[in-house]
Design a protein around this ligand. Structure first.
Ligand SMILES: Cc1cc2nc3c(=O)[nH]c(=O)nc-3n(C[C@H](O)[C@H](O)[C@H](O)COP(=O)(O)OP(=O)(O)OC[C@H]3O[C@@H](n4cnc5c(N)ncnc54)[C@H](O)[C@@H]3O)c2cc1C
Length: 475
């Protein structure tokens, strides 16, 4: 090992390698899950260094965990407790941001963060529209295929990825250059897609070409109270019929989640006061990058018209305007829930048409079997995503029990996957945190193919903690 570390130090220089426990500690703890020990942290600042690292690690059969901004939520960016992994952090690979305004695209190093990218794009009136409450790296966003609150309008990372460059393991390691800015290119299988959602197990993404978008010139926001659950889908249908491409967010918030925000976030009060908190509400956003003076379309007026004429008795109450305040409520939910007790988080999805039935069945199951657990859910209804989050209250009569939490997870995932053809991980990926569920719900042929691809791309299994092949052939 000391020979390998000396060789790596030679390649990376003093700045490029961390070995003391103090220096390494921030790379060993994930944002929510994942907490292990690393041998050392490698911090290359060039593509050549990445290639050299993979060659040296291959020669010494040394496994590596890839890490971007370490905001992932499935424990895939931090080492396990064995102490045998190196962390390869891409945080210093962030020199290159090359904007092509006419192509509406950008070539960007994998370690550049979303915020840095958007700061560079802003003077050109452009932005990368994946919207979330964290500041991830571009490489990590590709490997996790990040979604976000405005997926209905802009899609996920996959839909905005034009090209990439990746280093794959082998003897020697190879650079796969697919840095094309093309929107149309049918010259064979689209190999860059192999790396999207790969949890860092198929190769090291070093650079990407992204499609970027015109920044909105106007937006209009409303928080509406639907008459009942079925009315949520009716609202969505009306908005898509009459406001079509303007719809940029449609976020459901349960009364329990809203109550937690009002209770625990001091600067936020009941937006519907003097009315009591509703049982359910929906945050609607319309936005447009078109010039209002040219099109003559005023989105706030459009939204008002929806309330007054189109929604009819489908809604019971509504607030129009105050966009920033309303989004603050949405973004405060996760923090507020933590004050209520231990969170049991879910990141599920299903066809939108099933969300009402799923929610009714899941709430009934929880009330019947685990009555002391509080469901405080919210979700991206427009893309079928649901954070069916629950809280094990601090003062519950039943003491917190990991086995019960696992039973609840399996109950809900069985309902989502088997009952509604949904997904147990809509946005956050697989990683060690979700591996058991991947094995439970992914068909045997799909696991075999994913494993065969992984073996082809990484014959020595150097990269990452996630094995996509069948469980019995795990390392
Ligand atoms: C507060 C908060 C809110 C969030 N909200 C959302 C949300 O709304 N939607 C959503 O989808 N996610 C969300 N996330 C999850 C997370 O931000 C995303 O998964 C993010 O894209 C991860 O990027 P990262 O740079 O932090 O990657 P990391 O966490 O460092 O790594 C994630 C995965 O990518 C791999 N990886 C990293 N860099 C590379 C590379 N260069 N090449 C190959 N593999 C690599 C890692 O090995 C790991 O498997 C949220 C997280 C937090 C903390």
């Amino acid at each position: 090992m000391s020979t390998l570390l000396a060789e790596l130090a030679n390649v990376l220089g003093e700045q490029g390698m961390l070995t003391t426990p103090d220096d390494c500690s921030r790379f060993e703890q994930g944002a929510r899950y994942g907490n292990g020990k690393t041998l050392a942290v490698l911090r290359p600042d060039s593509h050549e260094q990445v290639l050299n690292i993979l060659n040296l690690c291959g020669q010494h059969q040394q496994p590596i965990v890839l890490q971007g901004a370490n905001t992932g939520l499935v424990a895939a960016s931090t080492p396990d407790g064995s102490g045998r992994y190196l962390v390869l952090s891409l945080e210093r690979l962030r020199k290159h941001i090359e904007i092509d305004v006419d192509n509406r695209s950008v070539v960007v190093d994998a370690g550049v963060t979303l915020q840095e990218l958007n700061e560079a794009l802003e003077p050109h009136g452009l932005f990368f529209p994946i919207d979330l409450g964290a500041n991830p790296s571009i490489g990590g966003m590709i490997a996790a295929n990040t979604g976000g609150a405005r997926l209905i309008k802009y899609g996920d990372v996959r839909q905005n990825l034009l090209g990439l460059r990746a280093v794959i393991a082998g003897e020697p390691a190879q650079e796969l250059d697919m840095l094309s800015g093309l929107r149309k290119n049918n010259t064979g299988p689209d190999l860059k897609q192999l790396f999207v959602g790969s949890s860092g197990a198929y190769g090291i993404i070093t650079r990407a070409v992204l499609q970027v978008h015109r920044m909105p010139q106007q937006s209009a926001t409303a928080l509406v109270v639907p008459r009942d659950q079925a009315a949520v889908l009716q609202l969505l249908r009306v908005l898509e019929r009459d406001c079509s491409e303007f719809l940029s967010a449609f976020e459901g918030i349960s009364g329990a989640a809203l109550a937690a925000v009002v209770k625990h976030i001091p600067s936020i009060t009941n937006p519907f006061a003097p009315e009591p908190l509703p049982e359910y509400c929906v945050l609607i956003e319309l936005s447009s990058a078109a010039n209002k003076d040219v099109t003559g379309i005023d989105l706030e007026a459009v939204l008002m018209r929806c309330m007054e004429e189109l929604f009819g008795d489908v809604i019971e109450n509504a607030i129009v305007g105050r966009g920033k305040d309303l989004w603050r409520i949405r973004h405060a939910i996760s923090e507020a829930l933590r004050h209520e007790g231990k969170m049991i988080a879910f990141d599920i999805s299903m066809p939108r048409s099933s969300l009402v039935t799923f929610r009714a069945q899941a709430l009934a199951l929880m009330a019947e079997r685990f009555a002391w657990i509080k469901v405080m859910d919210f979700g991206h209804w427009a893309d079928g995503g649901a954070h069916f989050n629950m809280i094990w209250p601090k003062d519950a009569e039943v003491a917190y029990d990991v086995a019960i939490v696992e039973a609840i997870r399996t109950l809900i995932y069985d309902l989502v996957v088997n009952g509604f053809q949904g997904s147990f991980s809509a946005e956050h990926g697989v990683g060690p945190y979700n591996l058991a569920y991947y094995q439970r719900y992914t068909s045997a042929p799909a696991q075999q193919l994913a494993g065969r691809l992984q073996t082809l791309l990484d014959p020595q299994r150097l990269l990452g903690l996630t094995w996509f092949g069948p469980a019995q052939s795990a390392r």
